[in-house]
Design a protein around this ligand. Structure first.
Ligand SMILES: Nc1ncnc2c1ncn2[C@@H]1O[C@H](COP(=O)(O)OP(=O)(O)OP(=O)(O)O)[C@@H](O)[C@H]1O
Ligand SMILES: [Mg+2]
Length: 261
């Protein structure tokens, strides 16, 4: 059975969709079988990050009982599976808890990791989506309002019986007034998995004609590097040591010796 992980926040606009997309892609890049699900059925925008806005079958169809979860799967980068929600105004706007649970269990049987992008707040849809998972990640920005709302989301997740994976601090600007990871860890009483900087490359991901998460599009930007570090932390996979190029390897590569893999 794979891990079913909610990506929740409490406060809106702190980066749940960005974190869900990048973390899922980063872990797929490490070779794991990963799915990412947009459970934000009213304000769906995960699809936009993968250029899937015209997906004909979405999670809404599954929640209406008109399609199977496997019909709503689309291919993302590195073999990632993306399950979008419909962007239109019509369709199902309330998550049916039983259908959601059933769909997520089917995913858990087929994937190593399933990340679920949870709607902001602690309303019915957020609760129904979280209840279909087993673990949760809290995304927050380093400010008081986001920390307060993160605490509410944490208490909600715990009431449902989910296990904390940890918190991800997003859009850090490195200001000395920002709460530190240590302070956030103490307030939320959970591990801080990483601190993703405010990075213009992340913002561009949403704006480009051919959108893609930064871990694919701009892997060398600071935000992408932090997403990769978080991916290693969550999976427990050891980061690859940078390849040391000895004198002999360099000579061989110049004179067409043994091909590098
Ligand atoms: N690390 C970052 N650096 C720069 N911009 C970011 C970063 N993370 C997120 N953003 C931008 O902030 C905006 C909000 O991000 P996102 O949509 O991921 O938040 P959200 O929590 O899913 O919002 P909502 O609550 O509306 O679902 C987007 O325009 C996104 O590109
Ligand atoms: Mg979102």
């Amino acid at each position: 059975m794979g891990r079913l992980i909610s990506v929740a926040s409490g406060k809106g606009g702190v980066g749940k969709t960005t974190v869900s997309a990048n973390l899922a892609t980063a872990i797929a890049k490490l070779g794991e079988k990963v799915a990412v699900v947009d459970a934000d059925v009213t304000m769906a925008n995960l699809a936009l990050l993968f250029g899937l806005q015209s997906a004909p079958i979405t999670l809404q169809d599954v929640l209406m009982g008109d399609a199977e979860i496997f019909d709503a799967m689309y291919e993302g980068p590195y073999g990632l599976t993306v399950i979008p929600s419909g962007l239109g105004m019509g369709g199902y706007r309330k998550i049916d808890p039983e259908r959601m649970k059933d769909a997520m269990e089917k995913l858990a049987q087929n994937f190593d990791y399933v990340f679920v992008d949870i709607p902001a707040g602690i309303g019915d849809n957020a609760m129904a989506a979280m209840a279909a998972t087993k673990e949760y990640i809290i995304v927050l920005t380093p400010d008081k309002a986001a920390i307060a709302d993160a605490l509410k989301a944490k208490l909600t997740a715990e009431k449902i019986g989910l296990k904390a994976v940890g918190a991800i601090v997003n859009m850090s600007q490195g200001l000395k007034e920002e709460p530190t990871n240590e302070e956030i860890k103490n307030i939320l009483e959970m591990a801080v998995l990483g601190r993703v900087p405010l990075d213009r490359e992340v913002r561009r991901s949403f704006l480009l004609k051919k959108p893609a998460p930064v871990v694919v599009r701009a892997p060398d930007c600071e935000a992408a590097k932090e997403f990769m570090r978080i991916a290693y932390r969550i999976t427990g996979i050891a980061p690859k040591a940078p390849e040391k190029k000895g004198f002999l390897t360099i000579i061989k590569s110049i004179f067409g010796g043994k091909k590098k893999r």
